[in-house]
Design a protein around this ligand. Structure first.
Ligand code: BGC
Ligand code: ZN
Length: 369
């Protein structure tokens, strides 16, 4: 079968003939892959900055944002049945019994670093025609979400982040879990970046009741600004508005959801994070050398403002289930905005061009079958 593969040693990316997998365990499930989303991680992998083939293989099959259809199930499978649409999780547990996270199915917090990630680290991905995996990593998606379900995996990033926000903010005496406070009491969010992770994060925050501002490079009116406004958030451009002006517009910035991978802008934004605020990093920057920062100001604000900064990566089953639920809610509230996030669909023969070129748009998708 066809698969999109990266050969790190040869510095090559191409379609390969990859052996079709078969079910070998009672809980195995075989999928026909329908769609694969392309993200910044994939671009880093094809830029040979990141990504590791499985042991013994000279290539890595790419693709971790997937949508598949169940075509065959092992004898003991109960979670899915043929015909179901499923999104498969990315990370697999490390082999160590002493890991604090993997043995309890929380490999998203793996404490040894020896986890694998399908399509990223030590395990083949999903940008191919058929995939076999264990049912425990699969999450059923309602048929009505077929056209947007490939956005589930990138949305899990926001879901896991928001769950942690409420855990952190339990420290505030007036916060009810899962619900922004009344005006002035933790309800104002700023999202840095208007790529897929930023926009899905902004939708999730908006949907959760936050007054949400997306702060991104270029000034509108343009499609992205209109898209942001269509789901009830505000679009503010870095080009025309300084961080001080942003903070003035927003008021106490309670939450920053970083989705740019740009350290300079992110740390500068930390200077305007509000009292009792939470700053979340989701981007993984390339190493570009030291930057200049007003670190004293940031440290003062962190201490005197009771601020919390955390990074978040990968997602567990709960985050996938929340993402599927929320995607349904978003489609009920803002169907055009959700559809508008997918700006290109390409056949697998075009996959290398999409990955290596500058296809533009928001989320580009490889449509496989
Ligand atoms: C994926 C995560 C993964 C991370 C780091 C992201 O693009 O969405 O599942 O953990 O890359 O490899
Ligand atoms: Zn991704």
């Amino acid at each position: 079968m066809k698969a999109l593969a990266v050969f790190p040693a040869q510095r090559a990316v191409r379609l390969v003939a990859h052996p079709e997998p078969a079910i070998t365990t009672p809980t195995g499930v075989k999928l026909r892959i329908l769609e694969i989303g392309i993200c910044g991680t994939d671009r880093e992998i094809v830029g040979f900055q990141y990504g590791t083939p499985p042991p013994g293989s000279e290539y890595l099959v790419l693709g971790h944002e997937s949508l598949g259809e169940v075509i065959e199930v092992g004898t003991a499978v109960t979670r899915v049945k043929p015909g179901d649409l499923v999104v498969t999780m990315v990370r697999r547990p490390c082999p160590h019994a002493e890991c604090l996270a993997c043995p309890v199915d929380r490999q998203d917090f793996c404490s040894t670093g020896d986890f694998t990630e399908r399509g990223i680290k030590g395990a083949h991905g999903f940008c191919t025609q058929f995939v076999v995996d264990d049912e425990k990593y699969m999450n059923v998606v309602p048929r009505q979400l077929r056209e947007v379900a490939v956005l589930t995996e990138p949305l899990t990033i926001a879901e896991k982040a928001i769950t942690q926000v409420w855990q952190v903010q339990q420290r505030l005496p007036w916060i009810a879990p899962g619900k922004p406070g009344p005006k002035g009491r933790f309800h104002r969010a700023v999202v840095l970046g208007a790529g897929p992770v930023g926009l899905l994060g902004a939708m999730a925050l908006s949907n959760a009741g936050f007054e949400t501002t997306v702060y991104s490079r270029t000034s509108g009116p343009h499609d992205k600004a209109r898209l942001v406004e269509s789901f009830g958030a505000r679009y503010v451009a870095v080009e025309t508005t300084t961080l001080e002006q942003l903070a003035e517009k927003v008021g106490n910035i309670d939450l920053v959801y970083e989705a740019t991978g740009a350290a300079q802008l992110s740390f500068e934004t930390m200077e305007v994070l509000g009292t009792n605020g939470v700053f979340i990093f989701t981007g993984v920057p390339g190493r570009r050398g030291p930057i200049e920062l007003d670190a004293d100001l940031i440290m003062r604000n962190l201490v005197l403002g009771n601020q919390v900064v955390f990074g978040t990566v990968n997602a567990n089953r709960d985050a996938f289930e929340a993402a599927i639920r929320d995607l349904g809610t978003f489609m009920g509230r803002w169907p055009e905005a959700v559809r508008g996030l997918i700006t290109g669909r390409y056949p697998i023969q075009k996959a290398t061009d999409v990955l290596l070129g500058e296809p533009g748009g928001i989320k580009n998708v490889i449509a496989i079958s």
